[in-house]
Design a protein around this ligand. Structure first.
Ligand code: PAF
Length: 282
């Protein structure tokens, strides 16, 4: 496995042939490894990027606090037979400070996660596009947990005709339902217990969807689960369209994503779950 720490090193480390890319911010867990394994199965050379992208952080404390575990990450990736790790420094990615030209997520960047973190998705799309270009990605894999991010990236690829195939990979969960996240390591035992209502609410809402209940009823059932937790500050909980990221109408039937975000202590967690609302449209 080659580890490139700069754009120049990446240039000489880039393999010829089909390049399959997994983008991460490091602090790797089983959710990332599921992406890497799926990348490996899809054939081609696997490139993993590790870069904590300052452009997508709206809170400087969050950026500072974000876990950085490069050595352990590289050990894990070597055991997964990754071909190249690209882990540049901020100065190398943005040598003149913040880039002048950036990508806008448009209206997708202004709802739900974007409403709570203004500019977040513009920062994500800007770095993702740059990393597509640097790695010359043919295929890129992203996790379903960050549902709105996945929608924003798919929309960018479509609207800007990017020559890259986007593949999504289901969320990996702990045995008790908690979605894997690099931020879970910040949770105390009590906070972790509290955080379980997030996946609990998603599962309850999905169960309602599958028995033909409408979005309002799904949300009411999910809110009842969320209300069981003390000390959880909810940012949003909603049922969205998997293509536009807009909240669906109350009589919507078909595929949706249920999304949730909340703060537990000092840690902000997000989760999501795909579902199908059964029944014929009215
Ligand atoms: O999902 C992430 O870890 C990041 O948002 C990404 C896609 C690597 C861009 O920095």
């Amino acid at each position: 496995m080659r580890v490139a720490r700069s754009l120049k090193e990446l240039e000489s480390a880039l393999p010829d042939g089909r390049r399959v890319v997994v983008m991460t911010m490091g602090a790797l867990h089983d959710g990332h490894l599921a992406l890497v394994r799926r990348a490996r199965e899809s054939g081609g050379h696997v490139i993993v990027t590790i870069f904590v992208n300052p452009l997508q952080f709206t809170d400087p404390t969050d950026l500072q606090r974000y876990p950085r575990t490069l050595e352990a990450d590289c050990t894990l990736l070597a055991s997964e037979a990754v071909d190249v790790v690209f882990a540049p420094e901020v100065e190398d990615m943005y040598p003149d400070g913040d880039p002048i030209v950036t990508v806008s997520a448009g209206r997708i960047g202004k709802v739900f996660e974007g409403l709570h973190r203004p500019g977040h998705f513009d920062g994500v799309l800007t770095v993702v596009l740059k990393l597509f270009n640097l790695t010359k990605a043919d295929v890129a894999l992203f996790g379903e947990k960050d549902a709105q991010q996945l929608i924003a990236i798919r929309t960018m690829a479509r609207d800007l005709a990017l020559p890259v195939e986007i593949v999504s990979v289901p969320t990996v969960r702990e045995a008790d339902g908690l979605a894997m996240s690099s931020r879970n390591r910040f949770l105390s035992r009590e906070e972790r217990e509290t955080a379980l209502v997030l996946s609990g609410a998603l599962m309850e809402a999905r169960r309602r969807a599958e028995s033909g209940e409408k979005p309002d009823a799904m949300l009411a059932a999910g809110y009842a689960v969320l209300a069981q937790a003390q000390g959880l500050i909810l940012d949003y909980f909603d049922v969205i369209d998997p293509v536009s990221a807009e909240a669906v109408s109350t009589d919507y039937r078909g595929d949706v994503v249920i999304v949730v975000a909340a703060r537990v202590g000092k840690t902000r967690l997000i989760d999501s779950m795909p579902a199908t609302i059964q029944g014929d449209p009215e």
